[in-house]
Design a binder for this molecule. Structure first.
Ligand SMILES: Cc1ncc(COP(=O)(O)O)c(C=O)c1O
Ligand SMILES: [Zn+2]
Length: 417
């Protein structure tokens, strides 16, 4: 069995795989899943993992994941991951980066990167016999959980802030989830869902709480590793890859870091990387702690147009802080207007990103403008969710469509012909 247990990211204590844990019982620290590398090395090689005949989804990396084969063939659950990597020549030209790639997570079955985590948690739930899953969500994690639970015919319950975008709520409901809107913030919905989980014995997917979410998100790092190996991302020997990702709770970034660490521990990682976390100016608890030089994360009163990264107290903040520090990256904060502009700019090259997703690109532009990255530096930007998730914000960045009478005359008048 390659899943051997958990290790606390704060005190380092280890726990057996047989214990069903969320946070460290000693200090409430987030738990890292521990894999038995000896087992993996005996049964798997990097060449096997990158075999082009393998399944084009995150499940191609099953030998590095802490669950058994999920089954569910022929369902959207098997389509999670293996997202496209665009080189976007026009965008490269526009932003002055000659080696830029964009990984579009909006192509996942429920249209955000959260499918990677929710699918893994749903599979874990099935394998430990849980029938009801619960999560708090700003929208995407809940939609992903609802979709993945539906694929496995499990029940999902989602607590979301009342202000969550309607498209995300509609998605959850369409997937058959029980959606409960909380009159309060995401952080309050989060605390409530944990209480409900404990009281009713439902399996809790909460970000920065359930150790398996990061295990799903780490598959995005595996895909980057594979793209470098196969030469899709061109990295000269000794060159490092700079990765931009937007940060709310901090679980995507800590998951990515875990993926690279797993590969490194196996002796399979043959390039350097550094990670830049991007937060909205109005929701920047981790960025502030980063700038303080310490590890103390203090809650903020979060407010940003990018609802998915609007978090008072990031549940996975410490690992998110360390991931960036250890990789030699940095934290960048962007204004809401820069986020909205980034949505429009990505749209013009054919990528429709939701505000929280476009924030990473806005951060990349700022890093370039402030000299934190060089023009020829290899850069990968994550677009973590589809623009269809929240169309109201986009309307601020684009002109309104005119309404005309259905006549040729009216068209000519409009076009001043
Ligand atoms: C589209 C999108 N981008 C980024 C994030 C931030 O991820 P995390 O909260 O793990 O930092 C989220 C989280 O909901 C998201 O939905
Ligand atoms: Zn601990």
């Amino acid at each position: 069995m390659r899943f051997s247990g958990y290790r606390c990211s704060v005190c380092g204590r280890e726990y057996e795989e047989s214990e069903e844990l969320y946070l460290c019982p000693n200090d409430q620290g987030c738990l890292d899943v521990v894999l038995d590398n000896a087992v993996i090395l005996k049964t798997t090689t990097p060449e096997q993992l990158v075999d082009p005949d393998r399944e084009p989804s995150q499940w191609r990396y099953l030998p590095l994941l802490p669950v058994d084969d999920p089954g569910a063939r022929g369902t959207p659950l098997r389509r999670v991951g293996w997202t496209p990597l665009y080189s976007l020549p026009v965008l490269r030209e526009r932003c002055g980066l000659t080696a830029l790639w964009l990984k579009d997570e909006g192509t996942n079955p429920t249209a955000s990167l959260k499918d990677r985590a929710s699918s893994l948690v749903a599979v874990r739930a099935g394998q430990i016999g849980a029938e009801t899953l619960v999560t708090a969500s700003t929208g995407n994690a809940g939609a992903a959980l609802a979709g993945m639970a539906a694929a496995l015919q499990l029940q999902a319950v989602v607590f979301a802030p009342r202000s969550a975008p309607v498209a995300k709520l509609a998605q959850m409901l369409a997937y058959g989830a029980r959606v409960i809107l909380v009159e309060g913030t995401y952080d309050q919905a989060s605390a409530l869902s944990r209480e409900v989980s404990q009281s009713l014995g439902w399996y809790c997917r909460n970000t920065g709480y359930n150790p398996f979410t990061a295990e799903g998100k780490k598959t995005a790092a595996f895909e980057i590793w594979e793209a470098v190996r196969q030469g899709q991302i061109e990295l000269a020997p000794g060159n490092s890859l700079t990765i931009f990702v937007s940060v709310g709770d901090g679980n995507i970034i800590s998951g990515l870091h875990k993926g690279f660490r797993d590969l490194s521990d196996l002796g399979w990682l043959d390039f350097q990387f550094r990670i830049f976390g991007v937060q909205a100016e109005g929701s920047a608890a981790v960025a502030r702690a980063f700038r303080s030089g310490g590890e103390r994360i203090e809650a903020v009163q979060a407010s940003t147009v990018a609802d998915s990264i609007c978090v008072d107290m990031p549940a996975d903040g410490l690992r998110a802080l360390r991931a960036v520090r250890q990789s030699g990256g940095s934290y960048i904060t962007v204004q809401d207007e820069q986020i909205v502009q980034a949505v429009a700019e990505l749209g013009r090259v054919g990528v429709f990103a939701e505000p929280a997703a476009a924030a990473a690109y806005a951060g990349c532009l700022l890093a370039k403008a402030t000299g934190q990255i060089a023009a020829e530096e290899p850069v990968l930007v994550f677009s973590t969710g589809s623009g269809l998730k929240d169309v109201t914000v986009v309307q601020r960045a684009v002109p309104q469509a005119p309404v005309i009478e259905p006549t040729l005359e009216a068209v000519k008048r409009l076009l001043k012909l």
